[in-house]
Design a protein around this ligand. Structure first.
Ligand code: PEP
Ligand code: MG
Length: 755
């Protein structure tokens, strides 16, 4: 059999002409199938397009019965065409009727054709349809022909994705490029956001498919690969990878692929079929994405994801520009979509237009998560391949509470979420209406409500919620989002700005709480078996006092003439507290000696979050100016249950007697020693838990901004005398009951207390 293939380059050139002709979509499609059939010396060429309902519809044919166009349909997985669409793999068959999936559609008249070659029409790994050629005689299609047909399918993918064919769809049979997707990820920041996709790093749009000079394109590939290698080497070596949210391992793997001759050879081969360098990379990337979306083995999927990232980098290198969404031209209701992102990049966007954030990578403790929460942007992460599945402008819903993302939602889904968002907004509105009411219980006890913060972007929440001040300022956040260690003067400037913005409202600074899960990208990581129990927080501060001294000095200078409240994290013994306090005293005398104006008052406190302190509490209240209970860590260490490990984090209830008794001991000892005590862990922000804390005697709580409203609503209906009596009764009679949750919920329900 003679080689039937005409020149693939000639075919592409002809197709380009057809694409430019001013004809209707159907006519264009009809001409395309004629051009392909004649170039490939095939009797039949047909285009099947995938519809939203998951069926494939014949959109155009040369050779089959024209009556079958827009009539013949098959389900995904049905027949050979359905199989190709489902598996996103080409199929070349010398005798199609022998294939187990062969199914006969009488209206097409295709029974006389023996051989069959079909390829998926792919875009960003998603199947949009199937392109088929058929021959009457039995014949074997060559690798070259399969390759040429795949390249041709790219042109059709562009045409489908452009929406041009949508006009041909029958009512209720829309084309699947607009298919709805429900994706599940990991929740990073609460809230529901509806809007339209903005790609943080938009894909390079390859407009020029056809190359005039293949040798030139090959040289461009080589140059592009070299540039990508160089960038990755630099990123790995510079070690500031965490700034980009990229993990060193990922980069190492991408680097390995960038040196993989097989992958590069594949791209070069595709250039050989007549494509430009960009189009060739996109072709190979599309295959990779199709495999990635179907891969169920997480390890292999990750590797394909790395390859996908490499393709992206190469496309950007070839385009020779920096691709980033324009921060200035962000549309209203933007849902930002990114593979990964650094916190600084997020801060560059106009917050008032952002409704949500969707990421492929980034865990709950990542820096981007911290900033997204601080900005109150509903965020979902760990959605593999999302950046490739969307076109800019697609409707997207982010449900940050459930960890769900809806892409191109159906109208009923859209309205259900709009209702959810509306209800949330209404609730927020109700909470806002409580803003100016004093935080007084029914019997007139004043409860101090404060915010947890750590970045400048957190501070406007203080006046928005009318909080009393900042009960916990996590200073490590500034360090975590920086590219390098902030200098003493940078720290001082930030602390001064915090005080200025708070305009006299009190703030409690906590010294660096790093180590454990809080790693600084520019600091040598220490491998530890048990990082939560390891070298962290005040332990680093005391062992390497340079860092702590510099921070204390920055705080003292920033607070000159104003009140300073500072506390230390992860203190396990009174002796540790005394050593840390001595650093404050020493720095203060240094500043005095150098003529600096000292703070108007200095209070040095301690986080109570290591259980050993509960058993030194009487000594502690004698030396500390105030206590702040870190219930997150206290809970983790008391029950030996990793707060970051989802399998055990919720195994024990904070409303069970061990924690409640510990909290009571802390409160009662502080009170006996006349030492102020507050609580700044997550439980302070939950109405039922906060009610229990008030029952234990706590009158000061610090929480996230969104919790102020619900907690205030609760305490406005609470009688402290009644809850105190109830807590005493429950703790005395708890026996082996375990959690007091039901009993407390019953107490609240009986009195109409919203919890
Ligand atoms: C805590 O441990 O309860 C706390 C408030 O500190 P962090 O969550 O920063 O460890
Ligand atoms: Mg803590």
């Amino acid at each position: 059999m003679r080689g039937a293939l005409g020149s693939p380059r000639l075919l592409l050139r002809r197709l380009r002409e057809v694409m430019a002709e001013p004809v209707s979509a159907q006519e264009r499609l009809d001409r395309i199938v004629v051009v392909i059939a004649s170039n490939m010396v095939a009797e039949v060429c047909s285009v099947y397009v995938l519809r939203i309902d998951g069926t494939l519809e014949l959109y155009a044919t040369e050779g089959l019965n024209p009556e079958a166009v827009h009539m013949t349909t098959m389900r995904l997985g049905e027949g050979i065409v359905g199989t190709i669409a489902r598996d996103a793999e080409p199929l070349a068959l010398a005798d199609a009727q022998l294939h187990p999936a062969y199914s006969y559609k009488p209206e097409t008249g295709e029974e006389v054709y023996r051989s069959f070659l079909g390829v998926p029409i792919l875009r960003a790994g998603n199947t949009l349809g199937v392109l088929v050629v058929q021959n009457r005689a039995q014949r074997n299609y060559t690798e070259e022909e399969i390759e040429a047909l795949q390249t041709t399918a790219m042109v059709l993918a562009e045409m489908i994705a452009s929406g041009e064919l949508q006009a041909l769809a029958k009512p209720g049979a829309d084309i699947a490029v607009r298919r709805s997707l429900h994706l599940r990820g990991v929740s990073l920041a609460d809230g529901v956001g509806l809007g339209h996709a903005v790609l943080h790093e938009p894909r390079v749009v390859v407009n020029n498919l056809l190359a005039d000079d293949p040798a030139h394109e090959l040289a461009r590939i080589d140059k592009g690969v070299a540039a990508v290698r160089e960038t990755i080497d630099r990123l790995v070596e510079r070690g500031d990878v965490a700034h980009h949210g990229e993990h060193r391992d990922v980069l190492e793997t991408v680097r390995m692929f960038a040196n993989d001759q097989g992958w590069i050879r594949r791209v070069r081969e595709v250039v050989g079929t007549g494509l430009t360098a960009e189009a060739a990379v996109e072709r190979v990337q599309s295959d990779v994405r199709a495999r990635m979306l179907r891969q169920t083995d997480p390890y292999l999927r990750d590797r394909l994801h790395d390859l996908d990232e490499l393709s992206d980098r190469l496309l950007h290198a070839l385009a020779g520009e920096h691709f980033g969404a324009s921060r200035e031209e962000l549309p209203e209701n933007a849902i930002l979509v990114a593979r990964s992102m650094g916190p600084a990049a997020l801060l560059d966007y106009d917050r008032s237009r952002l409704r949500g954030l969707v990421l492929e990578e980034g865990g709950p403790a990542s820096h981007i998560a911290i900033v997204a929460r601080a900005l109150g942007i509903p965020t979902v992460s760990e959605i593999a391949g999302i950046a490739g599945m969307l076109e800019a402008g697609d409707a997207v819903i982010v449900d940050g509470s459930a960890g769900d993302v809806q892409v191109r939602p159906q109208p009923d889904v859209q309205s259900a979420y709009a209702e959810k968002a509306r209800l949330r907004a209404k609730r927020q509105e109700q909470y806002r209406s409580l803003r100016d009411l004093p935080a007084l219980t029914l019997d007139g006890e004043r409860i101090s409500l404060n915010l947890n913060a750590g970045l400048l972007v957190d501070l406007p929440h203080v006046s928005e919620t009318n909080a009393d001040g900042v009960g916990l300022f996590r200073t490590e956040l500034q360090f975590m989002i920086a590219e390098r260690m902030p200098s003493t003067s940078e720290q001082e400037a930030l602390y001064r700005q915090v005080l200025d913005e708070l305009n006299g409202a009190p703030v409690t600074f906590r010294t660096l709480d790093i180590g454990g899960d809080k790693v600084l990208p520019y600091m040598q990581a220490v491998e530890e078996e048990n990082p939560a129990l390891g070298w962290r927080a005040i332990r680093i501060g005391l062992d390497r006092p340079g860092l702590l001294r510099a921070q204390v000095r920055a705080l003292l200078k920033a607070c000159s003439g104003r009140a300073l409240k500072v506390m230390f994290p992860m203190v396990a013994t009174v002796e540790e507290f005394n050593r840390a306090k001595a650093i404050v005293t020493r720095e203060l005398s240094y500043l005095r000696k150098h003529g600096h104006v000292e703070p108007s008052s200095i209070a040095v406190g301690v986080m109570v979050e290591v259980p050993s302190l509960v058993f030194q509490i009487e000594e502690l209240v004698r030396v500390a100016d105030f206590l702040s209970v870190g219930s997150n860590d206290l809970m983790q260490f008391l029950f030996a249950a990793d707060r970051e490990n989802r399998q055990v984090a919720e195994r024990f209830d904070p409303l069970s007697t061990p924690l409640l008794r510990a909290l009571k001991v802390i409160h009662d000892s502080a009170s006996a020693g006349n030492t102020p005590v507050t609580l700044c862990g997550e439980i302070g922000g939950k109405p039922l838990e906060a009610m229990a804390l008030i029952g234990l005697g706590y009158r000061s709580l610090s929480m996230s901004p969104a919790s102020i409203g619900p907690v205030k609503a609760m305490l406005l209906s609470l009688d402290t005398g009644a809850i105190t009596a109830e807590m005493n009764r429950l703790l005395a009679t708890a026996g082996d009951r375990g959690t007091l949750r039901q009993a407390l919920a019953g107490f609240a329900a009986a009195r109409g207390i919203p919890v």
